[in-house]
Design a protein around this ligand. Structure first.
Ligand code: ADP
Ligand code: MG
Length: 213
């Protein structure tokens, strides 16, 4: 049984930032095909800023909600692209979901997942099938909740979420974009993976690794 602390969350944000840096060029390439080629830069900037701001907090004087709210603000300030407010809202909702907790347990980690996915949907108003990051986040959150209801372990819940996110990301290849910048391409967006769904899968994969240790 594990509890996740403020230091753990600080480490998680650093890990996501490193992964986004490693994937930056790939994400920019994906965005170059159906968008404006900046998605890798946006995600690297956003998570690097979030990790840096969160990393400056004193773990002894901060609760998890404070880390997540700090990450939200830093992400929003660092990113001008449309992914900025979407992830800032995700972090703000995650912060609200664990307000008052000193450390995070199984149930809190499930709620964080659901809150992030719902925040992104509320903010961007995209539905599944519109070729956005929601195509990874929404099925992932549903799979996580389903696995939780079946009484599976947290790492099994997050593994189920990752599998659903990967399937959702891959499914965006066969979708026509109807939200965001790539919507203007119409049918020409067909045949290409959505960059936001690809980066969402990286975030979710980092979360899975985080709870697995
Ligand atoms: P921009 O389009 O402003 O350059 P980014 O390149 O950072 O922003 O992000 C593009 C990604 O944002 C898309 O691939 C898509 O997944 C996601 N996105 C765009 N609009 C929405 C929306 N309304 N809801 C959810 N995700 C969206
Ligand atoms: Mg872009």
């Amino acid at each position: 049984m594990s509890e996740f602390t403020v230091s753990d969350l600080q480490g998680l944000l650093r890990t996501i930032a490193e992964r986004m840096s490693a994937e930056r060029d790939h994400l920019c390439q994906l965005d170059g095909v159906i968008g404006d080629a900046d998605h890798g830069i946006a995600m690297e900037l956003g998570f690097t800023a979030a990790a840096k701001a969160a990393g400056e907090l004193d773990p002894a004087a901060t609760e998890p909600t404070g880390v997540l709210n700090t990450a939200a603000k830093a992400f929003l300030n660092a990113v001008g692209a449309s992914s900025g407010p979407l992830y800032a809202t995700a972090f703000m909702r995650a912060a609200a979901a664990v307000k008052g907790k000193v450390s995070l347990d199984y149930g809190d980690m499930c709620e964080i997942f659901a809150a992030m996915a719902k925040g992104i949907q509320d903010r961007g108003k995209a539905e599944v099938g519109e070729k956005t990051m929601v195509d990874a986040w929404a099925p992932a959150a549903a799979a996580c909740a389903r696995a939780g209801a079946e009484g599976l372990s947290l790492s099994e819940c997050y593994a189920a979420a990752l599998a659903a996110a990967e399937a959702g990301r891959d499914a965006t290849r066969d979708m026509v974009a109807s939200k965001g910048r790539s919507a203007r391409l119409g049918d020409r967006s067909l045949g290409h993976v959505d960059p936001g769904a690809a980066s969402a899968t990286i975030v979710i994969s980092s979360l899975r690794d985080f709870v697995r240790r």
